[in-house]
Design a protein around this ligand. Sequence first.
Ligand code: IPE
Ligand code: IPE
Ligand code: MG
Length: 249
Amino acid sequence: MMAIPDNATKEQIQIVTPKHVAIIMDGNGRWAKKRGLPRNAGHRAGAENLRRIINASVEFGIEILTIYAFSTENWDRPKLEVQALMKLFARVLNKESQSLHEQGVCIHHLGELTGVNPDLTRKLHDALELTKHNERLILNVAFNYGGRSEIMHAVRQMLADGIAADDLNEELFNSYLFTKGLPDPDLVIRTSGELRISNFLIWQAAYAELYPTPVYWPDFGRDELWGAIEAYSQRNRRFGQTDEQIGKA
Ligand code: IPE
Ligand code: IPE
Ligand code: MG
């Protein structure tokens, strides 16, 4: 049963809960700047907000939540910011792994770990191991993730496995991606007003509904997530077909 938030609109929207929600958590730096704070304060506020969004995702019955935490391009940021972000990820893993486990969250990692600090890598592996049998919510953490690098990684693996050109199909290709075994995202949310995909799930989001919002990530709370689900519920997903074919005419 869907739990309707306290402030849900009274008008009758038939709520359709997206099974897989993916979020580009953007705008931490601008959130901080607006308050006269250093960028890292924005990243800390962003990490705290993630807690709220995980709780809300469980409450709303979302099955898979994919979050873009650090892109392959984010390494090009100033060294001190990258260092602070790595420290923050380690701290979040320390602080949250156990409670995520108790909440029934199963953590997956999307991305590669070569070049990532060994201590952080170990913490991430521990969290994956601890939570691997949980079934309430799959939390995909896209960390050191890039859609192009994911596709290159998949192609390299397929060549190494000697896959013949005639045997290649989309299903097989999917099984070489970091998201193997999972359905494609239904809804991709991007906070902070940017209207681009920034190398996030470029294969998997082929037919995702996009929800851009001007709200900076640290302020994108439970009610904003509900707003995105309401908007999603009113979309007509055609997958290339006509309204008549999908019964919406
Ligand atoms: C998102 O916030 C966090 C990461 C990319 C790690 P930003 O740091 O990109 O914040 P803005 O876009 O500069 O405001
Ligand atoms: C996308 O945000 C990456 C993450 C949220 C981790 P960016 O802030 O890196 O994206 P651009 O540079 O504005 O496209
Ligand atoms: Mg940004």
